[in-house]
Design a protein around this ligand. Structure first.
Ligand SMILES: C[S@@+](CC[C@H](N)C(=O)[O-])C[C@H]1O[C@@H](n2cnc3c(N)ncnc32)[C@H](O)[C@@H]1O
Length: 189
């Protein structure tokens, strides 16, 4: 399958799909952390019509996450732009799409998510509610429910790299996406 992982600098989902034999590419405005030749630095919007079978998008939640709602009144324009970006990704001409974000205004402004997953359902004993908006994809099935409900991401000290530490996709979730969605048939558009 030709797979696009949009807004991914970590390479975790891209690598899980490549390990399973797919022609998977990541794209971000940033360089990839693993220096992969299968990473495109640039604006994801320019790639959406390039004939992908499946896309997984991780757009920024800075202006969308409900956890930051106390700042919403000061950033109406940023939030409107972020919602247009999300809607453009959801409407991309790609037959199977998953878009991931925390609990956010996407639910009230665009539509409710199809599924909310937690890292502890995929092998990491932490909590971080992650919403998935799906097109042409089944819900992800938990792969390894573990003990432990630590809210690690909320306890991280402030610092310039905190957002990066907080936003890398969990490896167990990346693996589940590749295992479960990578085995689906391709659909012609
Ligand atoms: C919340 S992070 C997602 C990180 C991801 N879960 C990972 O494991 O790498 C959002 C990312 O979106 C990227 N981004 C924002 N606008 C973009 C655009 N127009 N095209 C490509 N990437 C973009 C940012 O640079 C940032 O790295």
């Amino acid at each position: 399958m030709k797979v696009l992982i949009g807004c991914e600098y970590s390479g975790r989902v891209r690598q899980a799909f490549r390990n399973a034999g797919h022609d998977a590419w990541s794209c971000d405005l940033l360089e990839s952390e693993d220096d992969s030749p299968y990473h495109i630095v640039g604006d994801l919007i320019n790639l959406l019509s390039d004939g992908w079978d499946l896309a997984i998008f991780h757009p920024p939640c800075t202006h969308l996450a409900v956890s930051g709602s106390r700042w919403f009144k000061n950033k109406a324009k940023e939030q409107a732009d972020a919602l247009v970006f999300v809607q453009t990704l959801m409407d991309a001409p790609i037959p199977r799409i998953a878009l991931e974000n925390p609990i956010s205004v996407i639910s009230s402004c665009i539509r409710k998510p199809d599924q909310i997953i937690q890292p502890w359902q995929y092998g990491t004993g932490e909590t971080k509610a992650t919403c998935l908006w799906l097109k042409g994809l089944p819900k992800l099935t938990p792969t390894n429910i573990v003990e432990g409900r630590e809210a690690r991401v909320h306890k991280m000290p402030p610092g310039p790299n905190r957002w990066k530490e907080r936003s890398r996709t969990y490896i167990g979730v990346a693996q589940a996406m590749a295992d479960q969605w990578g085995r689906l048939q391709t659909i012609s558009q």
